[in-house]
Design a protein around this ligand. Sequence first.
Ligand SMILES: N[C@@H](CCC(=O)N[C@@H](CS)C(=O)NCC(=O)O)C(=O)O
Length: 223
Amino acid sequence: MNIQRVKLYHFPLSRSARVKWLLHELLGDDFDVETVALFEGQQYHPPYLERNPNHAVPVLAITQADGSVFTMIESGAMIALLADCFPDQKLAPPAETFSSARADYLQMLHFGASWMDMMLWQLRLQRDLLPEQERDQRTIARYLDKFAAEVEPQLTARLERSDFICGKQFTAADCVIGHNVMWARMYDLCGGAPFSRYLRTLEKRPAHQAAFADCSQFIARRD
Ligand SMILES: N[C@@H](CCC(=O)N[C@@H](CS)C(=O)NCC(=O)O)C(=O)O
């Protein structure tokens, strides 16, 4: 294993919580976490901008066997990479050759980290973070409708068939989709029984409990 140590730059319940959850699944508590004070602007301080010019969490600093540090700045990429780096944990279908299980897993991971995320981010920005006079009610309505009409039925169909998003087994894609479902519930989306059942199943996992133990520190709105 070429990974010596990992350090996650994190803010409770934000996109870094997806990565923290997977790290707890893979490593227990054997990794470092630094909370970034997003609402005090720590992400704009020069040392942080050197790590991530996009001034965002998560950042994952991976110390390699030779002591060098590689820094990642995209949660979806972190999750795909970490799951592949620990194949014994079986949180990702193997990559060696084509399999429909691998294709479906990658598709759901990226559906969560890009397509769903794009809509949830618009809701977060327009509803909670922008100054009042810049908030656009039409954008909020558009993405609430689009998410409910297009995303929810796709997820519901999967969760009616099986416990996890890609079938009978928990995979790293559940760290993304599960986190997004929690996020969507802030906007009264994903309210149906299959989602409640899914979240109850996920919440039983010790790694999920560890990842979200700090969620009372989340700041819901910038008023
Ligand atoms: N595509 C990135 C987005 C990261 C992102 O936007 N993070 C938010 C928290 S969820 C953030 O740190 N925002 C602070 C800022 O933009 O100043 C990822 O998924 O890693």
